[in-house]
Design a protein around this ligand. Structure first.
Ligand SMILES: Nc1ncnc2c1ncn2[C@@H]1O[C@H](COP(=O)(O)OP(=O)(O)OP(=O)(O)O)[C@@H](O)[C@H]1O
Ligand SMILES: [Mg+2]
Length: 246
């Protein structure tokens, strides 16, 4: 199964991606976490640590600067630009490079093609933290990912991006909306005003998530039972009920 996490900048995509990837791994799934953001931070939310994350970023930078070879194979990409995260998650940084070799997996393709290249029989779950905005979703072809998880906050601008993301992703994948940093019922009302009466995964404003961010640790390692963290972890059950594209 392949899950892509989309939404406006700063809504919590990386927090959700890292936490759900760890939770899926704890539930026994092989998980590959793909960081497609040009400022890759998924390692921190996964609990890989800032130093290891920085190493992966430098490896990508070396290719971008022409100081390291491009990587033509998917397996090589997973090996060279990857690190092992806790619970057995494999983290891969696959940000788009400026200097592009045609046909090269590691630089010239979009995240959605990378995700397609990662097809391997269906057992592994790929969790892809997308770049902010709508670019990747605009290029997404039906069946490339099974689920698009649209993350929004209860704010006008992020809801406008979420509305368009839902529109773009509908018909290309199953769409699940995650309302993050919700404080009260009026926040939920605001979200429903824009997105209509649909299934919402509601994640409250969570001090543990803020604290994990300050400490540079994974929220799931700080307190997996904190309501905001548990609400993201509960996505595991929701995702296991999702049909996978053939
Ligand atoms: N439920 C929550 N409660 C409190 N703080 C949160 C919550 N979710 C996310 N945050 C905080 O919001 C900030 C942005 O989160 P995150 O980096 O996950 O967003 P993002 O969508 O990946 O951002 P970007 O578009 O820059 O990649 C972080 O400081 C994070 O700790
Ligand atoms: Mg992010």
């Amino acid at each position: 199964m392949k899950v892509a996490i989309a939404g406006k900048g700063g809504v919590g995509k990386t927090t959700v991606s890292g936490t759900v990837a760890r939770a899926l791994a704890r539930a026994g799934h092989p998980v590959l976490a793909l960081d497609a953001d040009s400022n890759p931070m998924l390692g921190v939310s996964l609990g890989v640590g800032a130093d290891e994350t920085e190493l992966l970023v430098s490896a990508r930078q070396a290719v971008a600067d022409g100081q390291a070879e491009h990587e033509p194979t998917m397996e090589g990409l997973v090996e060279r630009f990857g690190a092992d995260a806790p619970d057995g998650v494999r983290l891969v940084v696959a940000t788009r490079l400026d200097v592009i070799n045609p046909g090269c997996y590691c630089c010239g393709v979009n995240p959605e093609n990378l995700i397609r290249g990662l097809e391997d029989g269906g057992e592994r779950i790929v969790v892809c933290d997308l770049e902010a905005g709508l670019g990747t979703l605009e290029r997404l072809e039906p069946g490339q990912v099974d689920v698009v998880l649209v993350v929004t906050n209860p704010t006008g601008k992020s809801l406008e991006v979420a509305r368009r993301a839902v529109e773009l992703a509908t018909g290309r994948a199953e769409v699940i909306v995650l309302a993050n940093r919700v404080r009260d019922d009026s926040d939920v009302d605001l979200i429903r005003e824009v997105l209509g009466d649909r299934e919402l995964i509601v994640v409250p404003e969570e001090p543990v998530i803020a604290a994990a961010d300050r400490e540079g640790t994974a929220p799931i390692d700080l307190d997996a039972d904190a309501p905001g963290v548990a609400a993201i972890v509960a996505l595991v059950d929701r995702l296991s009920g999702t049909p996978v594209a053939a």
